[in-house]
Design a protein around this ligand. Structure first.
Ligand SMILES: [Fe+2]
Length: 255
């Protein structure tokens, strides 16, 4: 959401309308709730998500770690996130046919890069070593690999993370961070055993700083998980003339 100087209220109002139309079970924010990890920014982000009146969850992004408040950045990087936004950074949700788990990819010793920590992967392994109940979705702010057209960057430990997820039968990974929408597969990161799983990264829903093909644009996505183990991702893009999010394209995966 990037609550702060680049936040666009009109986009959030349009998101509100879209959510009223689609009536999803859950809203997931894939990180960067704020611009500068300030108390008032976290409070506003929480207030806006609560105003949707739908269950929501989130993972932190690099902007949710203080950048310039150095003491806080290195010693209490997630303090304000946990106190004023969400008390945990790696959510787990379980439905009849779906399990969702978040990975906190943020770190203090960087400008904006991310990491899949061994401890996060161990936690995921512990959580999902049991038999699958349905489809499994992982949410992380930093995608394992940067989008096409960007300098090729792998998030630290991305190959280990992909191998862990593949071994646990993950069906979809959803990410954010680059402010541009794209999709790839796990085999683009490492050739692991078994079928590749899709990786989908969404652009920014309400930040004025879209990038790449989404410069001055915004996007969000509706993910539909069906009983017969299919996943449909409908991508919506900001339409300036109609001041709303309009269907852009959709992706279909059979698992
Ligand atoms: Fe980010």
């Amino acid at each position: 959401m990037h609550i702060g100087p680049f936040f666009l209220q009109s986009r959030f109002t349009a998101l509100h309308k879209l959510i009223e139309e689609v009536k999803p079970n859950l809203v997931v924010s894939s990180g960067d709730q704020t611009r500068r990890a300030k108390k008032k920014q976290f409070i506003k982000a929480k207030k806006l998500l609560d105003s949707l009146k739908i269950q929501w969850t989130a993972v932190p992004g690099n902007h949710d770690i203080p950048m310039y408040r150095v003491w806080e950045r290195f010693f209490f990087p997630r303090y304000k996130y946990k106190k004023f936004f969400l008390s945990y950074t790696e959510p787990n949700l379980s439905y009849d046919n779906l399990e969702i788990s978040g990975i906190d990819t943020t770190k203090s010793f960087t400008k904006d890069r991310g990491i899949y920590r061994k401890s996060s992967l161990r936690r995921l392994n512990q959580l999902w070593k049991t038999e699958k109940k349905g489809l499994r979705i992982v949410v992380a702010h930093h995608p394992p690999v940067s989008p096409p057209g960007f300098k090729k960057i792998y998030t630290t430990n991305s190959q280990a993370a992909i191998k862990t997820m593949a071994s646990l039968g993950v069906d979809l990974m959803i990410c954010g961070h680059y402010h541009v929408t794209y999709n790839t597969t796990s085999h683009q990161v490492i050739l692991h055993e078994g079928e590749p799983f899709p990786i989908f990264a969404i652009g920014t829903v309400s930040c004025a700083r879209g990038r790449g093909g989404e410069k001055k644009s915004n996007s969000c996505a509706v993910i539909i998980v069906k009983e017969e183990k299919t996943i449909e991702i409908i991508v919506y893009r900001w339409n300036k003339n109609e001041t709303r999010f309009k269907k852009w394209y959709s992706l279909h995966y059979k698992r």
